[in-house]
Ligand binder design. Sequence first.
Ligand code: C2E
Ligand code: MG
Ligand code: MG
Length: 687
Amino acid sequence: MPDTTNHAQTPPPSEHHDALLRLIADSVPALMAYFDLPGLRCRFANQGYAAFNGHSVESILGLTVREAIGERAWRAIEPHVERCMQGERVKYVREQTLPKGEVRVIEVNLIPHVSGPGQLAGAFVLITDITERWRAENAVRQSEERMRKFAEATDEAIVFHRNGIIIDGNEALQRLTGYTLPEVLGLSIFSFITPEWRPVALEYTRSGREDPYEVTITHKDGRTIAVEAVGKTMPMRHADYRIVVLHDLTARKKAQEREAFIALHDPLTHLPNRHHLMEQFDLLLAQANRRQGRCAVLFIDLDHFKTINDSLGHHAGDQLLCEVAARIKQCVRDTDVVARLGGDQFVAVLTDIHTPDDAALVADKLLHAMQGAFTLDHQPITMSPSIGISLFPDDGGTGEVLLRCADAAMYHAKESGRGNRQFFQPGMDGRAMEVLQQERLLREAIAAQAFVLHYQPQVRLADGSLQGFEALVRWQHPLRGLVGPDEFIGFAESRGLIAPIGRWVLHEACRQLKAWQDEGLALVPMAVNLSALEFRQRNLVAEVAAMLHATGLEPRFLEIELTESVLMHQTGPVLDTLNDLKALGVGVSVDDFGTGYSSLSYLKRYPIDKLKIDRSFVMDTPGDADDVAIVTAIIQMGHSLQLKTVAEGVETAAQMALLRQLGCDLAQGYLVSEPMDAQAALRWLQK
Ligand code: C2E
Ligand code: MG
Ligand code: MG
């Protein structure tokens, strides 16, 4: 504190000089002292210095440095003092514990007092208390350290800039941009942003906005990357010091694009799906309208695709669909649209045709293109499509109507022998409605269990004794009476309705036979037909076991009839299922034998009990020599493989006699009995 009493007097000149010096010295915030040689004794100290070392300005005078600051402090500063005594200005920072125990950080300047050449008279000491500044800087250092750790720990690219000039960045920034930190330091962040996005980024930076925004940046290799940027103005810094976090949006964008693509395309062929097609229709028809032009819609449905799928497996089916898609695309222009509606149905929209003949030409080209064999799993397959054609604006003004018309025309093509094309004509679309109606009725029939089983006996040719029954399903149609399986089984399969029907048949057949057996009748097996689709159900064996358990029928009294197509693909799973059925004790027959595409080698692989010779071979015997030869061969082969042979569709005594002579084991057909309902079968049994 300045000495105010001194100030009040009017001292002599030298005293006045001293007083002024003291006033100044005591007024500055620094601590100051002067020590002279020899001995480095204190000649002057301001109040601050004296008090800092626990003295008064008077009591410190004459003390050596060592005495003035104490032993501990002396040991700490002795080397500095020595350097100063060499004539060097010394500056250092150290901690000093005050007499009251408080620790301060001080910056010490030791300034040698040179009185003449090579003559050292003493040393000035100037001490500034920098505790507050040191603490503040330390805090900043620590927070920067922390900040750097965060910055390196994250995957987000972080860049620091001042007025747009890059002053720092993390490792992720390098990963994102391809540039190393030294390469970008001092450059403008805006130079990395693609020109069209620069105004946005500038605006965000200028106005200090802190909400996220999207920009595109250029990678070192030249590609552009979409990023989300969030800029923050750094707290306690100058307002133009910003930290920007960049999040790479590539993965998100890709996912979004993929999602959008999946939503609009068929995953197998990558063609537009129905939804996408309907959207495109709006556009295409509007364009055609403006041009006053014409469009054609080709509805393409593959013939017998199901058979191929069933016999060769889904993998081959998928391959075929992709190949078909490619061939359709080759037949139309780039501006035309090809879509897959699902299953084996494709649509081609010809966007610019003049006459119906143009559409017919393209359809014929398509039919021709499909004629070449498809190679599926190294197996050549031939296939044909049925094509229905509708015209805009002739047949309808919306995509929906045009599609329905083309669909109806396609049905017409199927009915006209398949493998051809038909134009829509008024009256055709009744067929499409019929299908919907039929599906609705079938669903209702399933819910109401409106089915019955008819039973057809199988007898031993040698002695005419009953050897088994085959259960054949019929639909009790509300309008048409009893409808045979050929009319609805395939349809049920195509509409995904076969499973509940098959389950009902299996249960009913087992239940009925068990009921007869409980009356002491029909101690013979019951054959139940399973379509390929049903056979592929994963839980088939479990289901059969559950049915047997539920009805109490012994497994040896159940026989499963399969068609050849089941046995031709997926050797592993088929074999497993068959083995499991055998293990249950259930018999297996091959139905309609001779009609499949198959090689006969599979017969050896599978645990089969019976071959049922298809009715078409039996029908024309004994008159047709070829058929007699075929039937003979099948019976021979069956015997050599130790399989029982059953002739289907035996209608005449002559056929019966021939089969007996050829050594066929069993016969089934109208000659023995037509399929009978349960009551009639019971009477037949009792007879
Ligand atoms: P399938 O298994 O070959 O059955 C024999 C078919 O030939 C039966 O026709 C039967 O009525 C008929 N049939 C029997 N003997 C003679 C004859 O002497 N002359 C003539 N012309 N026909 C005869 P249906 O009942 O119309 O069954 C047709 C096909 O439907 C069956 O052929 C079978 O593949 C399938 N099917 C029948 N019931 C079921 C079933 O419950 N589930 C499945 N998935 N398919 C079934
Ligand atoms: Mg059968
Ligand atoms: Mg058959």
